[in-house]
Ligand binder design. Sequence first.
Ligand code: NAD
Length: 334
Amino acid sequence: MRVAVFSAKAYDRTYLDAANKSAKHDLCYLEAPLSATTAVLACDAQAVCAFVNDTLDAPVLEKLAGEGVRLVALRCAGFNNVDLEAARDLGITVARVPAYSPHAVAEHTIALILAVNRKIHRAYNRVREGNFALDGLVGFDLHGKTVGIVGTGTIGAITAGILKGFGCRVIAHDVKPNPDCEAMGIAYVDRETLLAESDIISLHCPLTPQTHHMIDSAAISRMKKGVMIVNTSRGAVIDTRAVLHGLKSGKIGSLALDVYEEEGDLFFRDLSSTIIEDDVFARLLTFPNVLITGHQAFFTHEALTNIAETTIANIDAFAKTGKAEHEVSIERLA
Ligand code: NAD
């Protein structure tokens, strides 16, 4: 099957080519992100392979269908960037990689918590410049602190388990409690209680209309002074402008992000020689108590291997049977 792979980086080629060795699909790598302008590049392909910030709204899907595309194989878990209704109406199957390495994301969440708390990002620079002063580097013990996990699916549950190992009191909020977390002794509370009691709030829910800007100024006003907010889920779960105000007022003590609501114009490319035009993002970078990584929580050897193998398996199954292994559709979500 001919597959147009959008937003393809060198590492995507390495892992997809390895996974495709026996299936031998015709993978056509395109560096461009998928958008209304670039959809035409998919010509002759029956499948499109896309990533988190590729646009798969109705106009793009219509163009892809017009080019003969029948399958969208997402090489990620989230599918908030796909108009599933339009895909169904156009007869395009959408498949994803439901879980590639939840440990990768959970472990990166812990790395962010530890680093922003103990100011590792600042200490690293100081020591390189021969500045061994400790002023401004005070952190707090994680042991005994209350961590609120929003969304205890695959990643949230693993994160909760690791934090239990640190001796934290872990509380959680989810529309559907996870029996594994209950077995760990994690108490489910309503959203208001989680906001009010947590020293650290870690977000692990998907981006949906219900979770969009879940962390807004009203939510922040209910939090403890000095709260740490960590987001490795999807950027728009946080209202970034509200968080900026929270940081300026001192209500938010620290912020660690792997995702950002306008990341589509920034992440996954080298912009070090250009001017960042996003003033909200640029302002975030000025805070000493903010640590940002560019959507790299998933980025481990194990995760990239699983992503590539599952993506090829989805394409393979669709080519042979007309059905992908891990389909996502409006009907399945209902
Ligand atoms: P999952 O589907 O296993 O778990 C999500 C959980 O969120 C579920 O338990 C669900 O019931 C809960 N949830 C849904 N709506 C909610 C709401 N309104 N309030 C509270 N909880 C709600 O998903 P996962 O695999 O654990 O992934 C979690 C998030 O991490 C997703 O947003 C995904 O896009 C993101 N992610 C990020 C990266 C990265 O590299 N940063 C990588 C993979 C996944």
